[in-house]
Design a protein around this ligand. Structure first.
Ligand code: FRU
Length: 484
């Protein structure tokens, strides 16, 4: 297929070419953010999985690196995580060294063909050169399959109180927690989730991490991706908030909650080695149509890096909110529209503010009284992306039905929505537009939607229209720079 530079994002990571899915091995080490990912270096569709690799020192500019891990006799290299083994407890480095250790799933290809179910095992690899080259451990696999068809995506975390490593593992309809002192000898601690939460699809890519709530109390957050079964179809990530005693996770309640209500944020997890914030990145696609999106020569991008925080939402509930990582602000160029203490009574013409932004801009508005409103963006060939808030249903929405190329899959041309999860004023909406995607953060990130689109020209004109006069505390539009 012909190359599609018009859809190459300016500030979302994409490999130069070929297929990418889940983020893997997120680790911050010696000033470098590592982003490994599910990668097929020989094709633009999913196939024998490798770990691709990119690095960044600022979360904005990413440098693609050589492939880090490739299939071997034990199988394909599926998703997993990486940590700095500070005390070399694994013994995978020479005495006194601090190896980087990755845990991943080996998915055997032959066993698949034979119809076996024990084809997923957990393995290790280590790096002694700061993550550039990796050596699979000779004793792989370190965690054999106990008889579960789905047994994958290990996420490691150091438990200082127990002086042990924890592994959260997706086990079909539940998360299994294992622990080990040396990253090699794993013992089952507990299982969580059978019959709890959303189960429209198999559970994948867990992540368990502590966060401090608005009341100063430490809680634990468990992310669980599942596909299908998302709130707007296909793949999505749910979360639980609760207690973790070093052995067992106990949720505060049984409510189903979504990290992102949009269709295009999957398999996201947080960085290891970043302790002052829960720094997250997701795969910006959906298994429904990921292999068919019309980009070439690459397929798929990551979301922007985000910070996950606990906030009080609707009815006093404790919820997980997503915000653009603060580092992203460096992309903002001088505002092309900026107003304070006004009222949206007539349609507001955004066209002058968008001109020259090449489809890359950030819009933020704050209102003390939310009405139904619609933002409509158009381009020179009449394609349209609309989004807004519907006061009757109390929902935020995005409509990409007329946004450009949509015919590659029947599920793509759709309108998506998310409930409003905040009670009180003010309400905020922050949008990050790149060539081919919008990330929608409403009410400080309590309601988040991530959505791809394939418009044939940049958005060059637009209007913001409220159903009834809506007071605006502020509205700002900033073109965004190119981080490539
Ligand atoms: C999630 C997932 C993981 C698996 C990987 C394979 O998207 O299915 O569970 O490890 O992708 O590429």
């Amino acid at each position: 297929p012909a190359a599609t530079p018009q859809w190459r994002p300016a500030f979302h990571y994409t490999p130069q070419a070929m297929w990418m899915n889940d983020p893997n091995g997120l680790v911050f080490h010696q000033g470098v953010y590592h982003l490994f990912y599910q990668y097929h270096p020989h094709s633009a569709v999913w196939g024998p999985m490798h770990w691709g690799h990119a690095t960044s020192t600022d979360l904005l500019r990413w440098q693609e690196q050589p492939v880090a891990l490739a299939p071997d006799v034990l199988g394909m290299v599926f998703s997993g995580s990486a940590v700095v083994d500070v005390d070399n407890r694994s013994g995978l480095g020479p005495a006194g060294s601090q190896p980087l250790v990755a845990a991943f799933t080996h998915h055997a290809m032959d066993a698949d063909r034979a119809g076996g179910i024990t084809h997923e095992r957990q393995s290790l690899a280590s790096s002694l050169d700061g993550g550039l080259t990796w050596t699979p451990y000779a004793g792989n696999p370190v965690l054999p399959n106990p008889g579960r068809k789905d047994f994958r995506d290990p996420k490691l975390r150091w438990l200082p109180e127990r002086q042990r490593w924890l592994m959260a593992l997706a086990c079909g309809d539940r998360i299994c927690f294992y622990s080990a002192a040396d990253l090699k000898h794993w013992e089952l601690e507990s299982e969580f989730g059978a019959g709890l939460g959303a189960h429209g699809g198999v559970w994948e890519c867990p992540d368990l991490f502590p966060l401090t709530g608005p009341d100063g109390r430490q809680r634990w957050v468990l992310l669980v991706s599942l596909t299908p079964g998302g709130p707007n179809g296909g793949s999505a990530t749910q979360y639980f908030i609760g207690e973790f005693d070093g052995h067992r996770f106990t949720p505060d309640d049984t409510q189903v909650r979504w990290l992102d209500f949009g269709p295009d944020n999957y398999a996201g997890v947080t960085w290891s080695g970043v302790d002052d914030r829960a720094l997250f990145i997701g795969w910006m696609s959906n298994w429904q149509y990921a292999t068919q999106v019309p980009t070439a020569p690459w397929r798929s991008a990551m979301t922007i890096p985000r910070e996950l925080v606990l906030r009080t939402g609707l009815g006093g509930q404790l919820l997980l909110a997503s915000q653009p990582a603060r580092d992203m602000a460096a992309l903002k160029q001088p505002a092309t529209l900026s107003a304070r203490q006004t009222t949206l009574a007539q349609p507001l013409d955004l066209s002058a503010a968008l001109a020259g932004a090449h489809g890359r801009f950030m819009l933020r508005l704050a209102t003390p009284a939310l009405a139904s409103f619609t933002m409509s963006l158009e381009n020179a060939v009449g394609e349209r992306l609309r989004l807004g808030h519907d006061a009757d249903s109390g929902r935020w929405w995005i409509d990409r039905r007329a946004s450009g190329e949509t015919a590659f899959h029947p599920a793509f041309a759709a309108q998506h929505s998310a409930p409003r999860l905040a009670d009180g004023p003010p309400s905020t909406l922050e949008l990050w537009f790149d060539s081919g995607s919008v990330e929608f953060f409403a009410d400080g990130g309590l309601s988040t939607m991530t959505s791809l689109f394939f418009s044939n020209r940049p958005w060059s004109s637009g209007t913001l229209t409220a159903a009834t006069a809506m007071p605006l505390d502020s509205i700002d539009v900033h073109p965004l720079g190119d981080a490539r």
